[in-house]
Design a protein around this ligand. Structure first.
Ligand code: PHE
Length: 341
């Protein structure tokens, strides 16, 4: 029996030393110490021993059991710390690896220019209005003194929705003048930015969809001097002090007198180049004193009130502000272009 016990001890201890996994360890525990285990089987035979052998063998058996239990405990601890180490290794984060950068978008240059324009006008007490792109021809034309037969009403210039030419994509932001007159108390100081549509072919300076900013002031005693003074101030804030402008006589059905405002070409400084088509000047906006007919149609007495209005091309303003040569760049949304602003 002594030999059996020693053999079990040897075998079990060396087996325990090589355990790699918790299941393996449990199997060994059952094999030696379990109810049907080898050591248990030996203990069951104790009864057959002589009275003097029994305590000696009993002690030895207890020793073997104790040493096996200790070995099992040690092996379990070893497995546990090996498992922990493996997990730490697997979950390790290398804080020295550079992070993944997130691609961040930015505002379109035209909207940057619009933000500046809004800031300038809001600083002068103007309210910013928003209005529909699908507009009634009545507001886009009739109420703006452009009667039936006016060339801009032609189907070749304007996108209509119906045979009767009553509903259209607005061809200018000027109907916002009418909407403001119809809905606001006098005096009025508004700007109204937004999209407008005309049947134009795409080229370096044209697009069937573009943006305008409408502006209007109506009050008692407003004159052309206010128009020029205000717009010159705006242009200097937008393009820098000393920016040279000029006003040319023009014609719009809804203003009288009417003018166009040019700024000196940013590319050539007035000498003439491809950007300004050799003219030295770039047309920036149309403007004028609101026609008495337009005021009357809005039930405003032209003997008491007067006003001025302007319509500014936003793409053109952004092109001049950021020195962009081709209108198409504004709409193509090439990231390499947009990233520069
Ligand atoms: N609506 C005109 C255009 O599109 C511009 C304009 C607006 C002119 C206001 C005078 C007054 O050309």
């Amino acid at each position: 029996m002594k030999e059996t016990l020693e053999r079990i001890r040897q075998e079990a201890l060396s087996a325990l030393e090589g355990t790699q996994a918790a299941q393996e360890l449990e199997a060994l525990r059952v094999k030696y110490l379990g109810k049907k285990g080898e050591l248990t089987a030996v203990l069951k035979q104790m009864g057959r021993l002589s009275a003097e052998d029994r305590p000696v063998m009993g002690q030895l058996a207890n020793e073997v059991r104790a040493s096996l239990e200790r070995a099992i405990e040690t092996a379990a601890k070893k497995l546990e710390s090996a498992a922990l180490e493996a997990r730490l290794k697997a979950e390790a984060v290398d804080v020295t690896i550079p992070g993944q950068s997130i691609r961040q978008g930015r505002k379109h240059p035209m909207y940057l220019a619009l933000d500046e324009i809004k800031d300038i006008f809001v600083g002068m007490g103007f309210t910013v209005l928003d209005g529909p792109e699908v507009e009634l021809a009545e507001l886009n034309f009739d109420r703006l003194n452009a009667e039936e037969g006016h060339p801009s009403r032609d189907w070749s210039d304007t996108f209509y929705f119906d045979e009767d030419s009553r509903v259209m994509l607005r061809s200018q932001t000027s109907p916002m003048q009418v909407r403001a007159m119809d809905s606001m108390e006098l005096p009025i100081r508004i700007i109204a930015p937004g999209r407008v549509y005309r049947k134009d072919e795409v080229d370096a300076t044209h697009s069937p969809m573009f943006h305008q900013v409408e502006g209007m002031v109506i009050d008692k005693g407003v004159t052309m001097a206010d128009l020029k003074g205000t717009l010159n101030t705006v242009v200097e804030q937008l393009y820098g002090k000393g920016t040279v402008t000029r006003f040319r006589p023009h014609h719009f059905p809804f203003t009288e007198p009417s003018c166009e405002m040019d700024v000196q070409c940013h590319k050539c400084g007035g000498a003439g180049c491809p950007t300004c088509k050799g003219e030295g000047w770039i047309e920036l906006l149309g403007a004028g004193m609101i026609h008495p007919n337009v005021l009357r149609m809005a039930h405003i007495d032209p003997e008491v009130y007067s006003g001025w209005a302007f319509g500014m091309g936003l793409e053109r303003t952004a092109m001049r502000r950021f020195k962009i040569a081709d209108l198409r760049l504004i709409f193509e949304n090439d990231v390499r272009f947009l990233e520069q602003f």
